[in-house]
Design a binder for this molecule. Structure first.
Ligand code: LRH
Length: 489
């Protein structure tokens, strides 16, 4: 008997409703609804348009009616962002975008309240201004009255689950992106929360990834004329849903989840929290069965996405395929950026910032569109090598194959550059890693699939996986020396 479930996957620039059908062997997916996610800048604050996004969930539910019985639905989103609701469950204001400037300087401020080393030792998280901890810290400074009115803080997937079911819970994987979780205990860290002056009562009960939150509320069912349906807290954090889809058979592997962000790391049974991992600013994030992703957040295809928007603002429209063609024609290994340099995080004129970066670091300046895109792809690949080496140093292991999953694997050029830079085999796919992981977690929750290993095998059978072998290693090794200088190492 075929089983059908619905996966809603929200990224920073768009979302989709997908129907997953499991026939016992493979999962097939069909896109029911696709929509953009457009942050809205109002009076200097960048918000997520959360009600519009909820409207899009409803459209997905309506479109899924054509299938008849659907077993459940699951929602995954980007990490760290949240909405605050009052006791009646009313949203107090629109969730604010993690790229908003309100967190500027908050990391340094937090170190006056809690010792940096202790902060890392408890949470095991990479320090990034966008983390929930620093967003909430900025509220304690600037918007105390808002926090006073808040009953619960609901992270994005939890907020949507609440809108659908009325249940206020915090799913484990998304909680692990906040920098407010005790990484070893898997609970909210009282010590960190108190030190930062955040009211403790706003943090909901944590539930494991892949558990049932509840069912669609009467109000939603009536409005949309739907039958009741289970809502499963999948891995609410998209990266952790994607992790389910890594087609590795070996226990120790290195993965790269590749979308707007690049998340590169390995899977562990327990967190690594050491001086080395703190110095390298590597994060421990939690997933299904409390597995730990020991990884680094790297600015990913964001630089290409935002450059494309810039060219559009200048009246020139390019498809991603076209950008790749132009990049292929450009001279290889000409110049590099540090994709994680602070100037590349905010939206705006990325091509100009890239030129400025190259000029400042005494390199040749990329002029054409193709040169810019090539510079981004090659710099990302070099950064992957750099982070892979850091991870290896921390775990004391070496990895022969790098498993790339997610939308970024559609770029052959990026896959090739990654194999060349890292000097190892790249296994690329599935493209739809997050959606397939979301679906598999629902099937696991319903006991249609028994284990994570089985889920990984089913997914590997369900979508194409390609292999890339390194080439021109000598040129890339030489260029890596230059790259390291450019990033100041
Ligand atoms: C990727 C991601 C990443 C970070 C960022 C904010 O989509 O979830 O892991 O948390 O978004």
């Amino acid at each position: 008997m075929e089983k059908r479930v619905l996966a809603f996957d929200f990224g920073a620039s768009g979302g989709r409703a997908m129907c997953g059908t499991f026939d016992g062997e493979k999962i097939s997916i069909e896109e029911l609804h696709r929509f953009s996610n457009d942050p809205v800048l109002v009076n200097g604050t960048m918000y997520w348009d959360v009600l519009r996004l909820f409207h899009e969930i409803k459209q997905g539910l309506i479109r899924a009616k054509k299938y008849g019985k659907i077993e459940s639905l699951g929602i995954d989103t980007w990490g760290v962002d949240f909405g605050l609701v009052d006791e009646q469950g009313r949203l107090l204001e629109n969730p604010v975008h993690y790229r908003d400037v309100r967190t500027a300087g908050m990391i340094e401020k937090s170190f006056r309240k809690i010792d940096k080393e202790r902060f890392y030792r408890i949470t095991g998280n990479q320090f990034m201004e966008l983390n929930t901890a620093f967003q909430l810290l900025s509220l304690t400074e600037e918007r105390k009255e808002l926090l006073e009115r808040a009953d619960q803080m609901l992270l994005m997937p939890d907020l949507f689950n609440f809108f659908l079911t009325g249940e206020k819970k915090a799913e484990y994987s998304i909680v692990s992106t906040t920098q407010l979780m005790d990484a070893k205990e898997g609970c909210w860290s009282k010590e960190v929360i108190e030190a930062l002056g955040i009211p403790e009562h706003i943090f909901p009960e944590i539930i494991p990834s892949g558990t049932r939150v509840g069912e669609l509320s009467d109000a939603v069912c009536q409005e949309l004329e739907l039958d009741k349906m289970d809502v499963i807290a999948v891995a609410g954090h998209d990266t952790q849903s994607a992790m389910i889809s890594v087609p590795a058979k070996e226990k120790d592997f290195i993965f790269l989840s590749c979308g707007t962000w690049s998340l590169l790391g390995t899977e562990l049974d327990a967190p690594i929290i050491s001086e080395k991992s703190r110095n390298y600013n590597i994060t421990n994030e939690g997933g299904y069965e409390k597995k730990v992703s020991f990884l680094k957040n790297i600015i990913g295809l964001w630089c290409i996405q935002e450059s494309r928007r810039q060219w559009m603002r200048e009246g020139k429209e390019y498809g991603f395929g076209e950008l790749e063609e132009l990049a292929r024609k450009a001279q290889p290994l000409k110049c590099f950026i540090d994709p994680d340099a602070p100037e590349f995080t905010p939206a705006g004129n990325i091509p100009r910032r890239i030129r400025e970066f190259c000029q400042r670091t005494g390199q040749e300046i990329p002029e054409t569109v193709g040169e810019i895109v090539r510079c981004i792809d090659e710099s990302l690949a070099m950064k992957y090598r750099y982070v892979k080496e850091e991870i290896q140093e921390c775990t004391g292991k070496t990895y022969e194959t790098l498993y790339m999953v997610g939308g970024g694997t559609q770029s052959r050029l990026l896959c090739e550059c990654t194999a060349n830079a890292c000097g190892c085999t790249v296994s690329a796919g599935p493209i739809e890693a997050t959606v397939l992981g979301n679906i598999a977690l629902q099937l696991l929750a319903q006991k249609e699939i028994s284990t994570l290993e089985e889920a990984r095998q089913i997914i590997a059978r369900s979508q194409e996986i390609r292999q890339f072998e390194p080439e021109n290693e000598r040129d890339w090794d030489e260029a890596y020396e230059r790259f390291q200088k450019v990033i100041g190492k």
